[in-house]
Design a protein around this ligand. Sequence first.
Ligand code: GAL
Length: 386
Amino acid sequence: MKKFIALLLVLTMTLSLVACGGKATQTEQTTDPSNQQTDVSDKSGDSKTVDIGIVLPTKDEPRWIQDETRFKDALRSTEYSVEVLFSQGDSAREKQNVEALIAKGIKVLIICAHDGAAAAAAAEAAKKEGVTVIAYDRLINGTDAVDYYVTFDSVAVGEAMGQYLADRAEGKGNPLYLYAGAASDNNSFLFFEGAWNILQPKIADGTFEIKNSSEAVALQDKATLTRDEMARIIGQVTTNWDFNEAKNKAEAHLTAVGKEDKGDVFILAPNDGTARSIADTFAADPDVTSYVVTGQDAEKASVQYIIDGKQSMTVFKDVRTLVNDAINMAISVLKGNTPETTGAYNNGVIDVKAKQTDVIVVDKDNVKAALIDSGYYPASDFTGLD
Ligand code: GAL
């Protein structure tokens, strides 16, 4: 029976790959669908050769499915063969994925690390084989094996969130709840740093009162935090980028505080998935009269939440731009040229040459103009749009 199901899975996958268009080649056979390559476009005719390998962190978050879709859209017209693999939140699997791609002869690796430190080993394995390594969205730390980095302005993401909250707080003593991303993700520090830049002066002048982190309270007079100090706060309020962990933490925080710490509250939520579960939890508390909650990624579910007034804002990161930057970089390397960069990020060992993209704040007022009229999403994906 098991064998039959496995066969069926492989057959279905092969069929769906062929259905995606072009000449598709099944190069890996595993019965675990979460680790399947999602796109193999073999344009060279040689089933063993892949030019560009792409490794994304997980299929469990809409953000990365969105990146996969945008990669597929952008790659339709290239002459190069590409394969996308998902690591499912597991660094060992991520390394296996990279090794599988190296074995297929990739010349460029575009990788969004599950864990920025652990991924150094995967980057080094690729580099050793002469592969050019492009860190995608998340920096890989502690190694000289990263050639380039394509990213959004992550400090600006955090600043936009902080500013959104600050602009809506009147008077003194507004309850503030802080949440952060996974400590293994370098971006979580950049987002938090940006938010702190804006929120700290507002905490210091009494506009906000932090309700859910003793570490943040202990550091609230410091305008600039070291990485270790941020790690102490993030250690307390991390969501680990996980919806359930976010929900459990929010529930625990609301249980721990009194009625006077609720009322009209302000919530720094690090991305859309966690924002939705935190927002739902706060909305369900009878002592919370209103809440302002941040987010990022413009995930479809959160766009609907914004239209419905259940999430206040999101930071829109146009994945089409990031995908195009990564592909243009890869193609430029494949052609023997030096890719264009606009700055650099230090990863603890080297300054990694980087190309950075700006972000856009989206809330109820501009959701239609920014995300629908711009062609990013079709209006038919949402209800309640005027
Ligand atoms: C970050 C990324 C965000 C977010 C998060 C969770 O590194 O920049 O867009 O979605 O990971 O996957």
